[in-house]
Design a protein around this ligand. Structure first.
Ligand SMILES: [Mn+2]
Length: 323
């Protein structure tokens, strides 16, 4: 992939960058923010990665220390003509508390999702890219012909986490492996990087898995599964002890399972619902009907409904697809 000329020129023409990502960052968000920061520093530019977090998951926790969490008016005024690069989101409200900065300074948006929102002074959206870091890698390589080991680590981090360590890639993705090969050539160890993604996992999280698995409700001979997480469970198992992706995958990887819904009770009495599907069920359209959103295979929504009542609704939606 070749980074577009107008993106490269934008980087050439500016020297002070505020690097933003979405709130509740994931591995790709953190990886792309830190890779581009290191790269801009390497070519003699100032780059400040900003993020309020929350750095909840083990995947991102250890990178929290690299981010600036607050920037004062005085600090902003001291910067010489700053510009903004937004990574891994193309909607302004996903930026959380730093969104106001994009009303103030010219903004370049780089993302592999297409939101269709009119946002940013300049926008590079590439839905065919497997991760935002993949796009950042092409900027780095197009501009300098090489990538540093540290930059390569952060790029690989985003690529590996967004592709489930390459498991989600389909036919025609040889170019992704070629890019990854260049990162390994730059000196990174995929094994060490995998261990880094698991850092901070607790034995208690395995007990949480056990509780969630023993409480799961199986519908349509295992085609659909519903998890319920009450406040009682949540209070006992803090965020760092919840391994939701692992839970979903353990179940979705079985022969029978097509989709799961995980209902989580919230302190306000309502619920958050996350859904995943494997092949055909479009969970995004279900989420949309409740005012949420997402992709065909991963979507979610929030509701004021109580756990038992939303569970009943989802049960009947799933059962309509039993066949
Ligand atoms: Mn991403």
């Amino acid at each position: 992939m070749q980074a577009p000329n107008n993106v490269l020129e934008w980087i050439d023409n500016n020297s002070v960058f505020l690097i933003l990502g979405h709130k509740d960052p994931d591995g790709d968000c953190v990886g792309s923010q830190l890779a581009i920061t290191r790269f801009l520093n390497r070519i003699g530019k100032t780059a400040i990665p900003l993020s309020k977090g929350a750095f909840k998951t083990t995947e991102v926790k250890s990178y929290e220390k690299f981010f600036t969490k607050n920037i004062t008016e005085t600090e902003l005024n001291r910067l010489q003509n700053p510009v903004i690069i937004v990574l891994d989101t193309s909607t302004q409200d996903r930026l959380g508390e730093f969104a106001y900065l994009t009303d103030r300074y010219p903004t370049l948006v780089i993302d592999h999702h297409i939101a269709g929102e009119d946002f940013g002074t300049l926008k590079w959206e590439e839905p065919s890219a497997p991760s935002t870091t993949y796009m950042v890698q092409s900027i780095i390589e197009t501009k300098t012909g090489s990538i540093s080991q540290e930059e390569a680590f952060f790029v690989f981090y985003g690529l590996a986490t967004d592709t489930g360590f390459f498991r989600f890639l389909e036919e025609g993705s040889a170019h992704v492996f070629k890019s990854a090969a260049r990162l390994v050539d730059a000196g990174i160890s995929p094994r060490n990087l995998y261990l880094a993604t698991q850092k901070g996992q607790t034995l208690k999280s395995r007990k949480w898995l056990g509780i969630m698995l023993s409480n799961m409700e199986i519908l349509c001979d295992g085609k659909f599964v519903i998890f319920s997480e009450t406040m009682t469970i949540r209070n006992e198992y803090p965020d760092g002890d919840r391994q939701t992706d692992l839970l979903y995958n353990i179940v979705l990887d079985t022969d029978q399972c097509e989709a799961i819904a995980a209902i989580r009770e919230e302190p306000n009495g309502g619920c958050k619902v996350s859904m995943r599907s494997k092949k055909y069920l479009d969970v995004a359209s279900i989420a949309k009907s409740f005012g949420g959103g997402g992709h065909k295979h991963a979507a979610g929504f929030e509701t004021k409904a109580k756990l038992e009542s939303i569970k009943k609704t989802i049960k009947s939606l799933f059962e309509q697809n039993c066949k």
